[in-house]
Design a protein around this ligand. Structure first.
Ligand code: ZN
Length: 400
């Protein structure tokens, strides 16, 4: 049995969405939280005769470790066309070191779990099998292998098409069995030429419903890439567990997602990054910015309607870097009207729920002592997460 450790935090945001608490004493032992109390004396660390003395973080804010619910670990956020081309052709040996570096970047930002959105050749799935062995206490990696799309439609960057011999549900059944969830692409990408142009759905409601059922038989959830009213409506009506992107999905879909408690992963940062990285192509930059602004309006609507939002960055998209992009996405949530407590809930409690991780994402008695210590008070968040003071994972400072 280990010894009980204590830290005094100036402020605590526990991941539930509840208001920040001031001056708290967090006690943990053997990796789990024993108690969280409001400290009667904020200077208690000076007079505590306890052994060991609580560590003093009275000028810092403690939040749960973060989770990114949409990344592409096989891809870099570089905007260099040569790098983007290379990574599509690369073999496992070229890419494994890069995946390790990206996981390291997530950890440096206090992100201890990620849900991958797929890659063309299934690099991440094999990385997990050969290099990562199993999910450890310090990092949880969930991957669909390759995403699934309809031949001739968008998807070759991150997936494999449904084979001509099979229907979608059969393809799901035939997919690698060691995957953690199924990823299905049900629309195209946002147009950077015609603002708001919708693409047709890739699959019918019947096809997608059968595919979701097939995934459920293996105990797997389905994440659906969908933009525009009809592709999102089909994803929602088919029982998919999350809608990825959801640009231009409209009020009615948001309303239904609030009712059915289906998670939305807005990945708004992708359009902001595009608008900044392609400034030499004026029209594309302007349209990306308009797509971004429209998504902010939908995020505000989602807050008013009570749509459960899970935060994912789509790191690996052009200009969207692993680790820091999730912090940018949190800033976007705050600028769309979410309180800092609510934005943190989306990146902690909600993401843990979507990923089925019961021990993390919330700081309360019995949960893992996995938290971030960010210098300054809550008004410095989320910016203060760009350069965090310390990360504790299961009760241990990360450097250890
Ligand atoms: Zn993606």
């Amino acid at each position: 049995m280990g010894i009980e450790r204590k830290i005094l935090a100036g402020w605590l945001i526990d991941g539930s969405g509840e208001q920040v608490r001031k001056d708290v004493l967090i006690c943990f032992k053997d990796g789990y939280i024993k108690s969280i109390e409001t400290s009667k004396d904020p200077n208690a660390y000076k007079s505590y005769g306890l052994n060991p003395k609580p560590k003093n973080y009275s000028n810092a804010t403690v939040i749960p470790c973060l989770i990114d619910s949409h990344v592409h670990l096989a891809m870099s956020g570089s905007v260099d066309p040569k790098i983007r081309q290379f990574q599509l052709k690369a073999d496992d040996n070229d890419i494994r070191g890069e995946i390790s570096n990206r996981i390291r970047n997530h950890l440096l930002h206090g992100i201890i779990a990620v849900r991958d959105g797929g890659d063309k050749k299934g690099h991440v799935l094999r990385y997990k099998r050969d290099c990562f062995i199993k999910n450890t206490d310090s990092f949880n990696l969930q991957t669909p292998g390759s995403a699934i799309y309809r031949k001739g439609r968008y998807g070759s960057l991150i997936g494999k098409p449904v084979s001509e011999k099979r229907n979608l549900a059969e393809e799901v059944t035939a997919h690698e069995k060691s995957i953690d969830h199924v990823k299905i692409i049900n629309s195209g990408l946002n147009s950077l030429r015609d603002y708001g142009k919708r693409t047709l759905p890739q699959f019918s409601e019947y096809e997608l419903t059968e595919a979701v059922k097939a995934a459920k038989r293996f105990g797997l959830k389905t994440m659906a890439h969908a933009n525009g009213e009809t592709p999102v409506k089909i994803a929602v009506d088919s029982g998919c567990h999350s809608v990825e992107h959801g640009f231009f999905m409209g009020y009615e879909n948001l309303q239904k997602m609030a009712e059915k408690k289906i998670y939305w992963v807005p990945t708004a940062i992708t359009m902001k990054a595009y608008s900044e990285s392609c400034q030499n192509i004026k029209t594309e930059s302007e349209i990306a910015k308009k797509n971004f602004d429209h998504q902010l309006e939908q995020i505000t609507m989602a807050k008013d309607l009570g749509v459960p939002v899970a935060l994912g960055s789509d790191a690996g998209s052009p200009g969207v870097d692993h680790g820091k992009a999730l912090i940018e996405e949190m800033k976007i949530m705050v600028s769309s009207g979410y309180s800092i407590e609510e934005a943190i809930r989306c990146a902690t409690f909600n993401n843990a729920d979507l990923l089925g991780l019961k021990e993390i994402g919330l700081l309360e008695k019995g949960k893992q002592a996995s938290f971030i210590i960010a210098n300054g008070n809550p008004s410095d968040l989320p910016g203060s997460l760009q350069n965090i003071e310390k990360v504790y994972i299961k009760g241990k400072p990360m450097n250890d």
